[in-house]
Design a protein around this ligand. Structure first.
Ligand code: OXD
Ligand code: MN
Length: 604
């Protein structure tokens, strides 16, 4: 979308960094924009870009009293989600990308996308967006520069990252930074490619305007490219939230957690403890991505590389996530939600009745009985983390926070207990590597099928999955005091089909057991597949569980686990030769053990 020339300030480069200047020049020669604008991240710049985006119809301002400084963006209806089938890892060999990624030879990708980018910004503004992933000045932080022809991208990057002058100041004259190039082109799925060049620390994204495909600091840099850098440099880039659990005595314990989509990750990152847990607080450090490094003290330390949230809106309500509702009250860009006649936004699951005169996410009048959704199921909010009423004071700490526990979670109706502690690091890596989640109606395809999603990283692992899991195992050698590893499942169902656990805020009870286990303060029951809490180990008061319900929720049934382990064969076959042998042996050992005890009549 061309920005109005009258409002766009001309821009001279605010840097003398030779590598950066040369790359910007080279990119402008390729894309041939009408003008180049260096973004400084200032309020004046934001104000100007917002004005331009409103004038161009890219953003609709919302009512200033109901949603101060909030805007609605409607994307092209063909461009509403990440496109895994058009996302490529471009490494010299197919083996480096591995069997779980789409692969393109780098030269071919540069040629193919280069042809599409040739002259792509004619008539448009080329924005140069320097940004930092991680707290400013953090030794963990990485610098990227995104060149884009989308003002929507610039405005979102300003929320999601530390963007502009501070990034250039941190970069100085260094030649090493992530080079991200994005053009919306004509937003045609036939000309849509998201290509990563890990060896070149480069990302090229064309043909899309959707967040996960174009906010290049997020999934592309902070997970796929960072994962590759992390293996080289000895750290981990993970699809994990980070939270701090504060006890009434003021002791805070930090936990990271990986969940595939539609498992309540954002809600967990902002959990409000129930009444029974008066005095306990949960603080959000991050809701989506964790970069984790061994510290000099032998613990594993984590930062959230992002500065904002790009969250799914539908289903968010004062009941499910009051903090997220507060976050979206101001300074928020909504994408693909419905618009009310009084300039507010609406979505399915907000709990208020839809008002008359609602306009759907495509800008059409919404009819109550049409059966169609008013907001797109993947509609999003982009909001700064400082809006979060439960933001951790450590969220900006350049050193990050020390982790006591890491949790892997999925949506499973059977087999997986409410919570399970691994016997040790490698066993925990095995649990994370084989985690699965049942598909939900939110995605196309059959509902209720278990999709294996190692560490919730299937779409985000920037190199061979087996090598990635081997890196996880190797990291143990660098962490003298590793966090304890757990698996959780809020979604197990009983014989009658109802959920065995109430979920939401009540997950605090499980979180407290996890914290207590990590600090060695509470007991557990050993089973053949890990440790689970006994009734007395976890606070179940004021919950009204029926007799036997908790035992059912935490039960480990050998026949179910045998089937579970056998069904992992497909994953092991897919990953193939690079699947680390410690994980193969974990699986074989558990299968053999379960077979040996089967029929013995002994409890698990
Ligand atoms: C996200 C995702 O947008 O995981 O965070 O898809
Ligand atoms: Mn995510």
């Amino acid at each position: 979308m061309a920005a109005s020339p009258s409002l766009t300030s001309p821009s001279t480069p605010p840097t003398t960094n030779r590598a950066l200047l040369a790359w910007v020049e080279e990119t402008a020669r390729l894309t041939k924009p009408d003008r180049v604008v260096w973004c400084d991240g200032s309020e004046e710049e934001q104000h100007r870009l917002l004005q331009e985006a409103v004038a161009a119809g890219v953003l609709i301002p919302l009512d200033a009293r109901k949603r101060p400084s909030c805007y609605l963006h409607r994307s092209n209806p063909n461009d509403v989600a990440r496109v895994e089938h058009l996302t490529f890892i471009c490494t010299p060999t197919r083996a480096e990308a591995g069997p779980t990624n789409h692969w393109m030879v780098p030269d071919e990708a540069y040629r193919k996308l280069g042809a599409l980018l040739d002259g792509a910004m004619r008539g448009r503004t080329m924005y140069v967006v320097p940004y930092v992933m991680g707290p400013l000045g953090s030794p963990f932080a990485k610098i990227g520069v995104e060149i884009t022809d989308s003002a929507y991208v610039v405005l979102n990057m300003r929320i999601m990252t530390r963007m502009g002058r501070p990034a250039l100041a941190m970069l100085g004259d260094a030649p090493e930074f992530n080079r991200g190039l994005h053009s919306t082109l004509d937003c045609n799925p036939e000309r849509r490619f998201i290509c990563h060049f890990p060896q070149d620390n480069t990302i090229w994204s064309v043909g899309s305007g959707y967040g996960g495909n174009v906010l290049l600091g997020k999934k592309c840099l902070a997970l796929r490219i960072a994962g590759y850098l992390g293996r080289r440099e000895g750290w981990l880039a993970e699809h994990m939230l980070i939270l701090g659990v504060e006890s009434p005595e003021g002791q805070t314990t930090y936990v990271a957690a990986a969940f595939p989509s539609a498992c309540g990750k954002t809600n967990f990152a902002m959990l409000i403890p129930p009444k029974r847990f008066e005095g306990w607080r949960v603080w959000t450090v991050g809701d989506d991505i964790a970069w984790m490094r061994p510290g000099p003290d032998g613990r594993l330390w984590a930062i959230n590389p992002e500065a904002g949230y790009f969250g799914v809106v539908p289903g968010t309500s004062l009941r499910s996530n009051p903090s997220a509702m507060r976050i979206m009250e101001r300074h928020t860009i909504f994408t693909n939600v419905a618009l009310t006649p009084d300039g507010d936004v609406w979505w399915e699951g907000i709990d208020d009745e839809p008002p008359d005169g609602l306009v759907d996410w495509q800008g059409r009048p919404w009819k109550r009985d049409s059966g169609e959704r008013a907001a797109h199921p993947n509609s999003r909010f982009t909001a700064p983390m400082v809006n979060n009423p439960v933001l951790s004071r450590q969220a900006n700490d350049p050193e990050g926070v020390p982790l006591s526990a890491i949790i892997f979670g999925g949506r499973r109706a059977t087999t997986i207990p409410l919570v399970l502690q691994s016997f040790n690091w490698v066993h925990g890596v095995f649990l994370g590597a084989t985690m699965g989640s049942e598909t939900t109606a939110a995605a196309t395809g059959k509902v209720g099928v278990v999709r294996r999603d190692p560490m919730a990283m299937l779409p985000f692992c920037g190199y061979d999955m087996g090598e990635y899991l081997a890196h996880w195992i190797r990291m143990r050698g660098a962490i003298a005091y590793p966090p304890k590893l757990f698996m959780v499942n809020w979604f197990r169902k009983g014989a009658e089909g109802g959920f065995l656990w109430p979920g939401y805020g009540e997950n605090m009870r499980v979180l407290k057991w996890i914290v207590d286990r990590s600090l060695g303060r509470v007991g557990a029951q050993e089973t053949l597949v890990g440790w689970v809490p006994r009734e007395g180990d976890i606070d179940l008061s004021m919950l009204n569980l029926r007799a036997g319900q908790f035992a059912e929720a935490t039960s480990v049934r050998p026949e179910e686990w045998l089937a579970e382990l056998e069904s992992q064969q497909e994953l092991f076959d897919l990953i193939g030769a690079t699947m680390p042998s410690p994980l193969r042996l974990q699986r074989d050992m558990l299968i053999e053990t379960l077979r040996a005890v089967a029929g013995s009549g002994a409890p698990s």
